[in-house]
Design a protein around this ligand. Structure first.
Ligand code: ATP
Length: 356
């Protein structure tokens, strides 16, 4: 078993930057786990602290049933793949893959046999004698992965492993990475700032902000029920509508109208200020009046491919709704917006936490 457990992990850098703030997290054995968050939230620091490249100011890192907090990276049984792959430029692909085995003092035939085997599995058989400079970005990435796989670690740590690839190669590499992780069933923690990548790859995601974890959940949970307005804002390729509202008469008054109990059940007291969250994908748009709908004027239409994002201005607020591309309303026209029942979330205005 190689679960990874972090207990009250804190990292302060000189100058008072608290990159990790009493962070608790357990990643299960064999899990594919994403660390997601905006730039500077502490993702890389967290990964480096698990790897042993950074010493925590306080707290504990456990791998399997061992406390590894005081151990050097080589004694932790982890393999890390860096954003820039960190390949040795003067070594061949074969020697790059075999290098960690050399450090582990395996014999030359043993390590080159293993490196060739892993390389072949990752589609690198024909490239074994090349140097990194003679490889494409995608091939370099595979060499870096092969080097990690050859070590047979208990845990893989990936720091933005796909970020140097172009969009098309990235999609291919994503599928490849997912398949590889499934086959090897090795606990994997990977850092990304790309929420689409995290949603596509991970079994579970931790969304971080300023050294803390704001939510841990499956892609479905984090997308469908963000635990707070920070996560709601961060997740989703089109941003979630977050509309300030006031609980009134069994419903919630927001810009453009009042959402009635047929759409939402306000759990809070009349007069309480809330934020109503609903994804544009769950707002239906009508060009004729609809009872109980919010109303406003079409402001902007963005073409996203098969669907278009329509931004509607209602009492000075902007509300997004996606429509099939052949059902776009006329810019400037009046429309009616109905959030889908069961898809509306209510957050407390005071602290942004999910109420229901
Ligand atoms: P990005 O997505 O931009 O890589 P990140 O989420 O990985 O960001 P970190 O690199 O972990 O964030 O940085 C977290 C915070 O710690 C930032 O405020 C950063 O400036 C600070 N930090 C990181 N390394 C050091 C260091 N060696 N010395 C001082 N501050 C540091």
């Amino acid at each position: 078993m190689a679960d990874v457990e972090l207990r009250a992990l804190t990292k302060e850098f000189p100058g008072g930057v608290r990159a990790l703030d009493t962070l608790d997290l357990t990643v299960a054995d064999g899990e594919f786990f994403a660390l997601l968050g905006p730039s500077g939230c502490g993702k890389t620091t967290l990964l480096r602290t698990i790897a042993g490249l950074e010493a925590p100011t306080s707290g504990q890192v456990r791998i399997g049933d061992r406390d590894v907090t005081g151990l050097v990276p080589g004694a932790r049984d982890v393999a890390m793949v860096f954003q820039d792959y960190a390949l040795f430029p003067h070594m061949t692909v074969l020697d790059n893959i075999a290098y960690p085995l050399k450090i582990k003092r395996q014999s030359r035939p043993e390590r080159s046999g293993r490196a060739r085997g892993v390389g072949a599995n990752l589609g690198l058989a024909a490239l074994m004698d090349r140097r990194p400079a003679a490889l494409s970005g995608g091939q370099q990435q595979r060499v870096a992965l092969a080097r990690a796989v050859a070590c047979h670690p208990s845990v893989f740590l990936f720091d933005e492993p796909l970020s140097n690839l172009d969009a098309r190669l990235r999609l291919e590499a994503r599928t490849f990475l997912k398949r590889l992780q499934r086959e090897l069933a090795v606990t994997t923690i990977f850092v990304t700032h790309d929420q689409a990548e995290a949603l596509a790859l991970a079994d579970r995601i931790a969304v971080m902000e300023a050294g803390r974890i704001r939510q841990v959940g499956t892609p479905r949970e984090v997308f469908g029920r963000p635990a707070n307005t920070f996560v709601a804002n961060f997740i989703g390729s089109t941003p979630m509508n977050l509309l300030p509202g006031v609980v009134s008469g069994g419903g919630v008054a927001v810009a453009g109208g009042t959402l009635t109990p047929s759409t939402i059940t306000p759990p809070t007291a009349p007069g309480e200020r809330v934020i109503v969250g609903v994804r544009p994908e769950y707002v239906s748009l009508s060009t004729t009046p609809v009872d109980g709908a919010l109303t406003g004027e079409v402001s902007i239409i963005e073409h996203l491919g098969a669907v278009s994002l329509v931004t509607v201005e209602a009492d000075g607020a902007l509300i997004g709704a996606t429509v099939p591309e052949d059902r776009e309303p006329v810019p400037g026209s009046r429309v009616w917006l109905s959030p889908a029942p069961g898809r509306v979330l209510i957050y407390r205005e005071s602290d942004g936490e999910l109420v229901t």
